[in-house]
Design a protein around this ligand. Sequence first.
Ligand code: NDP
Length: 246
Amino acid sequence: MNFETVASDAFADKVILVTGAGAGIGKQAALSLAAHGATVILLGRTVAKLEATYDDIIAAGGVEPAIVPLDLKGATDKHYLDMAATIESTFGRLDGVLHNAGELGVLGTIEQMDMTMFDEVMKINVRAQISMTQALLPLLKQAENGRLLFTSSSVGKKGRAFWNAYSISKFATEGLMEILADELSNTKVKVNCVNPGATQTGMRAKAYPAEDSSALKTPADLMPLYLYLLSDAAGINGQSIDAQPK
Ligand code: NDP
Protein backbone atom coordinates (compact mmCIF):
# COMPACT_ATOMS: atom_id res chain seq x y z
CA MET A 1 0.00 0.00 0.00
CA ASN A 2 1.04 3.60 -0.44
CA PHE A 3 1.48 5.39 2.84
CA GLU A 4 3.14 8.51 4.09
CA THR A 5 6.04 8.65 6.53
CA VAL A 6 4.77 10.04 9.82
CA ALA A 7 6.22 13.21 11.30
CA SER A 8 8.83 12.88 14.05
CA ASP A 9 6.30 14.18 16.59
CA ALA A 10 3.30 12.26 15.21
CA PHE A 11 2.64 10.60 18.57
CA ALA A 12 3.36 13.54 20.88
CA ASP A 13 0.84 13.52 23.75
CA LYS A 14 -0.53 10.15 22.60
CA VAL A 15 -0.71 7.03 24.75
CA ILE A 16 -0.27 3.74 22.89
CA LEU A 17 -0.40 0.22 24.37
CA VAL A 18 1.88 -2.38 22.77
CA THR A 19 1.51 -6.06 23.69
CA GLY A 20 4.58 -8.25 23.50
CA ALA A 21 6.76 -5.17 23.95
CA GLY A 22 9.73 -7.09 25.37
CA ALA A 23 10.98 -8.72 22.17
CA GLY A 24 10.86 -8.86 18.40
CA ILE A 25 8.46 -6.64 16.48
CA GLY A 26 6.66 -5.43 19.62
CA LYS A 27 9.87 -4.19 21.19
CA GLN A 28 10.84 -2.31 18.05
CA ALA A 29 7.32 -0.85 17.77
CA ALA A 30 7.55 0.43 21.35
CA LEU A 31 10.96 2.03 20.68
CA SER A 32 9.79 3.60 17.40
CA LEU A 33 6.55 4.93 18.88
CA ALA A 34 8.48 6.45 21.78
CA ALA A 35 10.96 7.98 19.33
CA HIS A 36 7.98 9.69 17.71
CA GLY A 37 6.76 11.17 20.97
CA ALA A 38 4.40 8.51 22.33
CA THR A 39 3.94 7.49 25.91
CA VAL A 40 4.06 3.72 25.46
CA ILE A 41 2.42 1.18 27.74
CA LEU A 42 4.66 -1.87 27.57
CA LEU A 43 2.69 -5.08 28.12
CA GLY A 44 4.32 -8.51 28.19
CA ARG A 45 4.97 -11.56 30.30
CA THR A 46 8.72 -11.27 31.03
CA VAL A 47 9.41 -8.31 33.32
CA ALA A 48 13.15 -8.22 32.64
CA LYS A 49 12.52 -7.84 28.91
CA LEU A 50 9.97 -5.07 29.49
CA GLU A 51 12.45 -3.30 31.76
CA ALA A 52 15.09 -3.51 29.02
CA THR A 53 12.65 -1.87 26.58
CA TYR A 54 11.88 0.77 29.22
CA ASP A 55 15.61 1.47 29.71
CA ASP A 56 16.18 1.75 25.95
CA ILE A 57 13.35 4.27 25.63
CA ILE A 58 14.68 6.40 28.50
CA ALA A 59 18.25 6.19 27.16
CA ALA A 60 17.01 7.44 23.79
CA GLY A 61 15.32 10.44 25.46
CA GLY A 62 11.74 9.17 25.08
CA VAL A 63 8.80 9.90 27.35
CA GLU A 64 8.79 7.63 30.40
CA PRO A 65 6.83 4.48 29.48
CA ALA A 66 4.66 2.33 31.75
CA ILE A 67 5.17 -1.38 32.32
CA VAL A 68 2.27 -3.86 32.56
CA PRO A 69 3.55 -7.35 33.34
CA LEU A 70 0.82 -9.73 32.21
CA ASP A 71 0.87 -13.30 30.90
CA LEU A 72 -1.99 -13.45 28.40
CA LYS A 73 -2.21 -17.20 29.02
CA GLY A 74 -3.45 -16.75 32.57
CA ALA A 75 -5.04 -13.32 32.34
CA THR A 76 -8.72 -13.00 33.21
CA ASP A 77 -11.31 -10.48 32.02
CA LYS A 78 -10.85 -8.71 35.37
CA HIS A 79 -7.14 -8.18 34.68
CA TYR A 80 -8.06 -6.24 31.55
CA LEU A 81 -10.76 -4.21 33.30
CA ASP A 82 -8.32 -3.34 36.10
CA MET A 83 -5.69 -2.39 33.52
CA ALA A 84 -8.17 -0.12 31.71
CA ALA A 85 -9.05 1.59 35.01
CA THR A 86 -5.35 2.10 35.79
CA ILE A 87 -4.67 3.54 32.32
CA GLU A 88 -7.59 5.93 32.74
CA SER A 89 -6.53 7.08 36.21
CA THR A 90 -2.84 7.37 35.25
CA PHE A 91 -3.02 8.87 31.76
CA GLY A 92 -6.66 9.85 31.30
CA ARG A 93 -6.54 8.65 27.71
CA LEU A 94 -5.66 5.86 25.32
CA ASP A 95 -5.07 6.56 21.64
CA GLY A 96 -4.08 3.20 20.23
CA VAL A 97 -3.48 -0.49 20.86
CA LEU A 98 -1.04 -2.66 18.93
CA HIS A 99 -2.13 -6.25 19.50
CA ASN A 100 1.22 -7.83 18.72
CA ALA A 101 1.96 -10.52 21.33
CA GLY A 102 1.53 -13.99 19.95
CA GLU A 103 2.53 -17.61 20.41
CA LEU A 104 3.51 -20.07 17.70
CA GLY A 105 2.53 -23.19 19.66
CA VAL A 106 3.80 -26.54 18.39
CA LEU A 107 3.51 -26.99 14.63
CA GLY A 108 2.21 -30.29 13.29
CA THR A 109 -0.81 -31.92 11.68
CA ILE A 110 -4.36 -31.20 12.77
CA GLU A 111 -4.82 -34.97 13.12
CA GLN A 112 -2.20 -35.15 15.86
CA MET A 113 -2.65 -31.70 17.37
CA ASP A 114 -2.52 -31.54 21.17
CA MET A 115 -5.76 -29.82 22.15
CA THR A 116 -4.25 -28.32 25.31
CA MET A 117 -1.70 -26.56 23.08
CA PHE A 118 -4.55 -25.48 20.79
CA ASP A 119 -6.49 -23.98 23.72
CA GLU A 120 -3.40 -22.10 24.92
CA VAL A 121 -2.61 -20.62 21.52
CA MET A 122 -6.25 -19.57 21.03
CA LYS A 123 -6.31 -18.02 24.50
CA ILE A 124 -3.12 -15.98 23.92
CA ASN A 125 -3.63 -15.10 20.24
CA VAL A 126 -7.40 -14.57 20.17
CA ARG A 127 -9.33 -14.60 23.44
CA ALA A 128 -6.91 -12.28 25.21
CA GLN A 129 -7.21 -9.77 22.38
CA ILE A 130 -11.01 -9.83 22.47
CA SER A 131 -11.18 -9.40 26.24
CA MET A 132 -8.52 -6.68 26.26
CA THR A 133 -10.30 -4.85 23.46
CA GLN A 134 -13.63 -5.03 25.30
CA ALA A 135 -12.03 -3.44 28.35
CA LEU A 136 -10.17 -0.73 26.42
CA LEU A 137 -12.81 0.32 23.90
CA PRO A 138 -14.55 2.85 26.18
CA LEU A 139 -11.21 4.72 26.47
CA LEU A 140 -10.31 4.31 22.79
CA LYS A 141 -13.69 5.69 21.73
CA GLN A 142 -12.94 8.89 23.63
CA ALA A 143 -9.75 9.44 21.63
CA GLU A 144 -9.79 11.85 18.71
CA ASN A 145 -8.33 9.17 16.44
CA GLY A 146 -8.49 5.79 18.22
CA ARG A 147 -6.49 3.02 16.55
CA LEU A 148 -6.74 -0.76 16.99
CA LEU A 149 -4.07 -2.66 15.07
CA PHE A 150 -4.11 -6.46 15.10
CA THR A 151 -1.28 -8.70 13.91
CA SER A 152 -2.01 -11.35 11.35
CA SER A 153 0.12 -13.69 9.27
CA SER A 154 0.22 -15.15 5.79
CA VAL A 155 -1.20 -18.35 7.30
CA GLY A 156 -4.13 -16.29 8.58
CA LYS A 157 -5.21 -15.75 4.99
CA LYS A 158 -4.32 -19.06 3.34
CA GLY A 159 -4.16 -22.28 5.32
CA ARG A 160 -0.89 -24.19 5.18
CA ALA A 161 -0.12 -27.75 6.30
CA PHE A 162 1.30 -28.10 9.82
CA TRP A 163 0.57 -24.52 10.93
CA ASN A 164 -2.41 -25.85 12.94
CA ALA A 165 -3.39 -23.74 15.97
CA TYR A 166 -1.33 -20.68 15.00
CA SER A 167 -2.90 -20.50 11.54
CA ILE A 168 -6.42 -20.96 12.93
CA SER A 169 -5.76 -18.21 15.49
CA LYS A 170 -4.65 -15.81 12.77
CA PHE A 171 -7.75 -16.56 10.64
CA ALA A 172 -9.74 -15.71 13.77
CA THR A 173 -7.77 -12.48 14.18
CA GLU A 174 -8.62 -11.45 10.62
CA GLY A 175 -12.30 -12.13 11.31
CA LEU A 176 -12.22 -10.31 14.63
CA MET A 177 -10.68 -7.27 12.94
CA GLU A 178 -13.34 -7.22 10.19
CA ILE A 179 -16.22 -7.58 12.66
CA LEU A 180 -14.90 -4.85 14.95
CA ALA A 181 -14.17 -2.52 12.03
CA ASP A 182 -17.75 -2.89 10.86
CA GLU A 183 -19.22 -2.46 14.34
CA LEU A 184 -17.10 0.65 14.98
CA SER A 185 -17.51 2.17 11.54
CA ASN A 186 -19.62 5.03 12.92
CA THR A 187 -17.04 5.86 15.61
CA LYS A 188 -13.63 7.54 15.41
CA VAL A 189 -11.85 4.22 16.06
CA LYS A 190 -10.16 2.62 13.05
CA VAL A 191 -9.49 -1.12 13.16
CA ASN A 192 -6.97 -2.84 10.89
CA CYS A 193 -4.60 -5.81 10.65
CA VAL A 194 -0.97 -5.91 9.68
CA ASN A 195 0.82 -9.00 8.43
CA PRO A 196 4.54 -8.41 9.04
CA GLY A 197 5.71 -11.17 6.70
CA ALA A 198 8.96 -13.06 7.33
CA THR A 199 10.86 -11.00 9.90
CA GLN A 200 14.05 -11.60 11.92
CA THR A 201 12.67 -12.46 15.37
CA GLY A 202 12.68 -15.27 17.90
CA MET A 203 9.35 -16.57 16.64
CA ARG A 204 10.56 -16.78 13.06
CA ALA A 205 13.71 -18.61 14.19
CA LYS A 206 11.55 -21.09 16.12
CA ALA A 207 9.40 -21.77 13.05
CA TYR A 208 12.36 -21.98 10.63
CA PRO A 209 15.37 -23.08 12.73
CA ALA A 210 17.55 -23.95 9.73
CA GLU A 211 16.97 -20.69 7.87
CA ASP A 212 19.66 -18.07 7.23
CA SER A 213 17.86 -15.14 8.84
CA SER A 214 20.27 -12.50 7.60
CA ALA A 215 18.29 -12.03 4.38
CA LEU A 216 15.03 -11.35 6.24
CA LYS A 217 13.56 -7.95 7.00
CA THR A 218 14.25 -6.68 10.50
CA PRO A 219 11.50 -5.34 12.79
CA ALA A 220 12.94 -1.84 12.20
CA ASP A 221 12.33 -2.23 8.45
CA LEU A 222 8.60 -2.60 9.12
CA MET A 223 8.19 0.41 11.36
CA PRO A 224 7.24 3.07 8.81
CA LEU A 225 4.09 1.05 8.01
CA TYR A 226 3.31 0.24 11.67
CA LEU A 227 3.67 3.89 12.66
CA TYR A 228 1.46 5.00 9.79
CA LEU A 229 -1.28 2.49 10.67
CA LEU A 230 -1.30 3.70 14.30
CA SER A 231 -1.19 7.39 13.37
CA ASP A 232 -3.86 10.02 12.76
CA ALA A 233 -2.99 9.88 9.07
CA ALA A 234 -4.32 6.34 8.60
CA GLY A 235 -8.00 6.86 7.87
CA ILE A 236 -8.50 3.31 6.59
CA ASN A 237 -10.78 0.87 8.41
CA GLY A 238 -11.24 -2.90 8.14
CA GLN A 239 -8.12 -3.49 6.04
CA SER A 240 -5.58 -6.30 6.27
CA ILE A 241 -2.24 -4.91 5.14
CA ASP A 242 0.80 -6.96 4.10
CA ALA A 243 4.03 -5.29 5.22
CA GLN A 244 5.90 -7.33 2.61
CA PRO A 245 3.51 -7.82 -0.31
CA LYS A 246 4.60 -10.48 -2.79
P1 NDP B 1 8.51 -12.87 19.20
O1 NDP B 1 8.34 -14.28 19.64
O2 NDP B 1 9.85 -12.36 18.86
O3 NDP B 1 7.85 -11.88 20.26
C1 NDP B 1 6.57 -12.16 20.74
C2 NDP B 1 6.28 -11.28 21.93
O4 NDP B 1 5.00 -11.67 22.46
C3 NDP B 1 7.30 -11.46 23.04
O5 NDP B 1 7.57 -10.20 23.62
C4 NDP B 1 6.57 -12.36 24.02
O6 NDP B 1 6.96 -12.19 25.35
C5 NDP B 1 5.14 -11.91 23.84
N1 NDP B 1 4.25 -12.96 24.31
C6 NDP B 1 4.16 -14.22 23.84
N2 NDP B 1 3.29 -14.92 24.58
C7 NDP B 1 2.81 -14.06 25.54
C8 NDP B 1 1.92 -14.21 26.61
N3 NDP B 1 1.34 -15.38 26.89
N4 NDP B 1 1.65 -13.13 27.38
C9 NDP B 1 2.25 -11.94 27.14
N5 NDP B 1 3.15 -11.76 26.14
C10 NDP B 1 3.42 -12.82 25.35
O7 NDP B 1 7.52 -12.73 17.95
P2 NDP B 1 7.48 -11.71 16.73
O8 NDP B 1 7.97 -10.39 17.14
O9 NDP B 1 8.03 -12.38 15.56
O10 NDP B 1 5.89 -11.66 16.50
C11 NDP B 1 5.09 -10.53 16.76
C12 NDP B 1 3.78 -10.75 16.07
O11 NDP B 1 3.98 -10.86 14.65
C13 NDP B 1 3.07 -12.05 16.47
O12 NDP B 1 1.68 -11.82 16.57
C14 NDP B 1 3.37 -12.99 15.33
O13 NDP B 1 2.38 -13.98 15.19
C15 NDP B 1 3.38 -12.02 14.17
N6 NDP B 1 4.11 -12.48 12.98
C16 NDP B 1 5.47 -12.59 12.99
C17 NDP B 1 6.15 -13.00 11.84
C18 NDP B 1 7.65 -13.13 11.80
O14 NDP B 1 8.19 -13.55 10.78
N7 NDP B 1 8.36 -12.78 12.86
C19 NDP B 1 5.42 -13.32 10.60
C20 NDP B 1 3.99 -13.19 10.70
C21 NDP B 1 3.37 -12.77 11.85
P3 NDP B 1 8.31 -12.89 25.90
O15 NDP B 1 9.43 -12.24 25.17
O16 NDP B 1 8.28 -12.58 27.34
O17 NDP B 1 8.18 -14.34 25.58
